[in-house]
Design a protein around this ligand. Structure first.
Ligand code: GLN
Length: 453
């Protein structure tokens, strides 16, 4: 793993920092000794994991890939990190991302863009480095964060699995906030069994996060334990027609058909495939960008360069403290983050609040209702993850804003509804299929364990 990690850091810019090899090896040897003595702490004991740069690790620079926090050393571990470490898992490095989680391509980082392995196309964002780390086998699994698709999209572009749990299943304590009502810590790996075990360790209530789900986590059987059950209980899989958007490429539409057939074979011949309608999905993307920007502008107001974060040098031209704040924020935030703050400040302003912010909230309520109705009739929904293949960095840079925001059209509906969703790779046999080969399964409220099994 460590040799792969160095290559992923140097060639693909997947890591903002790698832990020193000697201390990782010491942890690995200690874990090996525990397994040999029959004293392993958990199934993830000894597994290496990477941590997205917006998830705090004690005594480690935790910067959300922003210049604003490039000098910030976290004083504590995020809950998910401390739980994984207590279970014996070994952090091995911090992964690159879009600044504060804002982006879909992994190109908006203070530390520069990252690329997926093989063809130097974009890795997807914002958890770009976590997806590359897993795809290059630099670690066994990686932590990411998903506000509107940031675990699922890079997982799809890099051909690995990306799991976004229900909102509130994994504590957000220690996650640097983007949009608090949507931010969800998620897991990426090439192995669903590892995702299930690591999720079991991370999930559960936390006194440091009042938005955590408090009901107990269902047990999460591994896939091989459930195969016979799956064949015995016929499942119903819904195809939500609103995801068949005009922007969906022909290849992606063809792949979606093949994926439905594949899922039917996996789940058994009794499985029924049912077309469904989730009408409010049509309004999900604009509603997401209104709500996410509103919350971002509020969350990011704390960065004034005074208590912590980047502080601009004092200039004799400054007459007020406000000018000092402005200079620090202008230097500290990248262009996309500044744009989101401006859009958020606008939608929260007196003139736009009712027409934009409240309307977006109403769309969110409608989505929750529509999805709950649908999950009375089906067990899962199957959709594409992205409307088209991963662009090259040049193609991504040429897209206008609306085009680039459209990349998230398949992932934001389940974020707004807080539903567990997962990106799964499929048909990785030719280059064109590889690009559109992943699909998304969405499960009903709090059905994380069912989705993983
Ligand atoms: N691409 C979306 C955005 O920029 C989603 C990002 C995320 O899930 N963090 O807001």
């Amino acid at each position: 793993c460590l040799a792969e990690a160095t290559v992923a850091k140097v060639e693909l810019n997947a890591f903002t920092e790698l832990r020193d090899e000697k201390s990782v090896m010491a942890d690995v040897e200690a874990a090996q000794a525990r397994w040999e003595r029959g004293e392993a702490r958990s199934p993830v004991d000894g597994l290496l994991f990477a941590v997205k740069d917006n998830i705090c690790q004690a005594q480690t620079r935790s910067s959300a890939a922003s210049r604003m926090l490039s000098n910030f050393v976290a004083p504590y571990d995020a809950t998910c990190v401390s739980r994984l470490q207590a279970a014996g898992a070994i952090p091995m490095g911090r992964t690159n991302q879009d600044e504060f989680g804002m982006g879909s391509f992994g190109l908006n980082s203070y530390y520069g863009p990252s690329y997926r392995p093989g063809d130097h196309r974009v890795a997807g964002g914002s958890s770009s480095g976590s997806a590359i780390a897993v795809a290059t086998e630099a670690c066994h699994f990686a932590l990411g964060s998903d506000t509107g698709g940031s675990v699922r999209l890079p997982a799809a572009f890099c051909g690995v699995m990306g799991f976004k749990p229900s909102y509130g299943r994994i504590s957000r304590h220690g996650l640097i906030s983007y949009a608090s009502s949507l931010d969800t810590i998620g897991l990426l790996s090439g192995d669903v069994g590892i995702i299930a075990e690591a999720f079991g360790v991370c999930a559960g209530p936390d006194s440091n996060d009042s938005t955590c789900i408090t009901s107990p986590l269902e047990s999460c059987p591994l896939p091989n334990e459930t195969q016979s059950d799956a064949a015995a209980i016929p499942l119903r899989v819904g195809i939500p027609v609103e995801y068949n958007v005009a922007e969906l490429s022909e290849d992606a539409r063809a792949a979606w058909h093949a994926q439905v057939e594949h899922v039917k074979i996996c789940l058994g011949p009794e499985t029924s495939i049912v077309p469904m309608s989730v009408p409010s999905v049509r309004d999900a993307l604009p509603a997401y960008y209104v709500l996410a920007c509103a919350e971002a502008s509020s969350n990011l107001a704390r960065y004034d360069g005074v208590q912590y974060g980047h502080r601009a040098a004092w200039s004799d031209d400054f007459e007020t403290l406000h000018q000092e704040y402005t200079a620090s924020r202008t230097e500290g935030f990248g262009a996309e983050v500044q744009r989101r703050i401006l859009m958020g400040a606008h939608v929260l302003s007196a003139e736009a609040f009712d027409t934009l912010y409240l309307r977006a909230n109403a769309v969110r309520d409608a989505l929750r209702e529509d999805f709950s109705a649908v999950f009375h009739h089906v067990d899962f929904l199957i959709t594409p993850v992205a409307p088209g293949p991963a662009p090259t960095p040049e193609e991504a840079a040429q897209q206008d804003l609306v085009q680039s925001y459209l990349t998230d059209v398949m992932t934001v509906p389940s974020s707004l509804a807080g539903l567990p969703s997962m990106a799964l790779p499929f048909a990785r046999t030719s280059t064109s299929q590889e690009d559109v080969g992943s699909y998304q399964l969405i499960a009903g409220p709090r059905q994380d364990a069912k989705l993983l099994s």
